[in-house]
Design a protein around this ligand. Structure first.
Ligand code: G6P
Ligand code: ZN
Length: 542
């Protein structure tokens, strides 16, 4: 029954920050997805008879690659494959399903917030048995295998009917098509005070959730509208589409501008949110107030004890290095550790497994906790709703209270997308060459206290990650960080992260642009962005 198919290696299958992401036309090449999936299986051990979870965000190519992955999982000896109905599983729901069923691991098919469609992006990511993204030791092994692979295993079997719940045999492997939403929604009910949120809704609180035609539509409709009683129509763009309706399913102020406009209007709802292609990111906007992801992390951590799952307090708070330091101030006030990790959710997994951190977050609109091993967009929305239901204040009041207690970390990220790789590399190299001489110097009135190329040693397993981004720290707690994105599919994306700290007795109501102006000028002086990238303006400011 098992077919061994001869193949030749592709040279471009190096997993990035979050799995292998490429244009659909690259993935559609004969053997391309098969080579990568087999390289994943060849990098794992002792999975015969075990369970594999498979699901994706519904984007173009999702169903085809799921059929391929099912046959290959069966040919490689998995005992059971769990697949979300319609081929759908949000990334956090996949993480939960892996944990709930004690699966060996999972394949998540997504390119997250990147656009979908025949000319856009696709991706494959492998998650391990704790439900989180594979650590670098595994992704390195997968990449090494992609360079030498010469065969893959599959079966000649008909497609599985993905649209009907139930079990079928593929070879000798049980393939179970399961409800993608129910178990995840049940988990959320165990974490949050649903009766309190339902009562808040019944008393007239209004929400708007933009699912961006991506995977969270069915999850948000079930949880917000059905289980919590939010008004019908609360979820907009709620039907997942293979091309996300032609939009870019990235919940930021550029791509979720309609939500932003709705939330700034005179008759705005009380609370607004959006999620991305695969449901792990979140954007939070209160009536007349945008909450940066970094502030959202800090506020959620400071108020988490108001939700049942976190009532006993947090073990620690972790943030990725470029995320603002606002969460560190909360950790200090709570007397718990703060961890600073490289960009990429996978770095939180060991901290969560070891019980060192409870809540984690990233500037890239990701927040989550130890309930799964991925960031979780709807989880963040529900924790916010739980906090609103208990505090009975507006978002504006809650955010301003926070700043008046902890001070404000003004923050923005400037992205220069599709920059020629050579120019981006030269910019980073020139910055690295200055690191030793910068401390003590002054730029735009800001005194550099430290400058380094961020390196991280995982406190649980001692693994070391080098060259994770250039940090320039200034007197008074302000910072500039330069980093190249690890998730793009073409050229390089330069990310410039700007942060200015204003203590609680300082000026807390600047506009962000005004507050960050000296840092923007300093960044240009330090990095010669215009010369290296040929750009005078960032493409996206978030
Ligand atoms: C993905 C990862 C995140 C990461 C983000 C940005 O969403 O899951 O952990 O923060 O990409 O990565 P990038 O390398 O593009 O800045
Ligand atoms: Zn995502």
């Amino acid at each position: 029954m098992i077919q061994t198919v001869q193949t030749t290696a592709f040279t471009d299958q190096k997993p990035g920050t979050s799995g292998l992401r490429k244009k659909v036309r690259i993935f559609a090449q004969p053997h391309y997805a098969e080579n990568f999936i087999q390289s994943v299986f060849d990098s794992l051990a002792d999975f015969a008879g075990e369970t594999l979870v498979i699901g994706g965000d519904g984007r173009y190519l999702n169903r085809e690659v799921i059929q391929t992955a099912i046959r290959m999982a069966a040919a490689n000896g998995f005992g059971t494959v769990l697949v979300g109905r319609g081929g759908i599983l949000s990334t956090p729901a996949a993480s939960h399903m892996i944990r709930l069923h004690k699966a060996y691991g999972g394949l998540i098919l997504s390119a997250s917030h990147n656009p979908g469609g025949p000319d856009e992006d696709f991706g494959i990511k492998y998650n391990i048995g704790n439900g989180g993204p594979a650590p670098e030791a595994i992704t390195d092994a997968i990449y090494a295998r992609t360079k030498t692979i010469d065969r893959y295993l599959t079966l000649d079997t008909p497609d599985v009917d993905l649209d009907r719940d139930g079990e079928t045999l593929v070879g000798t492997t049980r393939v179970r098509v399961v409800d993608p939403v129910a178990a995840y929604a049940d988990l959320m009910e165990t974490l949050f005070d649903f009766p309190a949120i339902r009562a808040m809704m019944a008393s007239g609180t209004r929400l708007s959730f933009d699912a961006m035609h991506a995977v969270t539509g069915p999850y948000a409709t079930e949880i917000l509208e059905r289980r919590l009683g939010a008004a019908p129509g609360t979820v907009v763009n709620g039907t997942p589409l293979p091309d996300f309706g032609g939009h870019h399913p990235d919940p930021n102020l550029v791509h979720a501008h309609e939500l932003h406009a709705r939330m700034m209007a005179p008759d705005a709802p009380d609370f607004g949110a959006a999620s991305d292609g695969d449901g792990d990111r979140n954007l939070i906007i209160g009536r007349n107030i945008f909450v940066t992801p970094s502030d959202s992390l800090a506020l959620l951590a400071a108020n988490a004890h108001l939700a049942p799952a976190y009532a006993k307090g947090l073990a620690g708070i972790a943030r990725s290095m470029p995320t603002s330091q606002a969460a560190d101030r909360v950790a200090a006030a709570l007397g718990i550790p703060a961890y600073e990790t490289p960009t990429g959710w996978k770095f939180f997994g060991t901290l969560l497994d070891a019980g060192l951190a409870t809540i984690c977050g990233e500037e890239s609109a990701g927040t989550g906790s130890d309930h799964v091993r991925e960031k979780d967009g709807l989880w963040a929305v529900l924790l916010w709703l739980n906090i609103l239901a208990v505090r009975r204040q507006s978002m504006v009041e809650i955010v301003h209270d926070h700043w008046s207690l902890f001070g404000r970390n003004y923050y923005a990220r400037h992205d220069y997308e599709g920059v020629p790789t050579a120019g981006a590399d030269a910019l980073m190299a020139a910055l690295r060459a200055q690191l030793d001489t910068l401390p003590g110097t002054t730029v735009e009135g800001l005194t550099v206290t430290a400058a380094d190329d961020f390196a991280y040693t995982d406190p649980t397993d001692g693994s070391v990650s080098l060259k994770q981004g250039v940090r320039i720290l200034f007197d008074g707690g302000s910072r500039i960080v330069f980093r190249l994105s690890g998730t793009g599919t073409e050229g390089a994306t330069l990310r410039l992260y700007l942060e200015r700290y204003e203590p609680n007795d300082g000026k807390l109501d600047h506009s962000v642009a005004e507050a960050l102006a000296p840092l923007i000028t300093a960044a240009e002086k330090l990095a010669s962005i215009k010369t290296h990238t040929g750009r005078t303006e960032p493409d996206v400011i978030t």
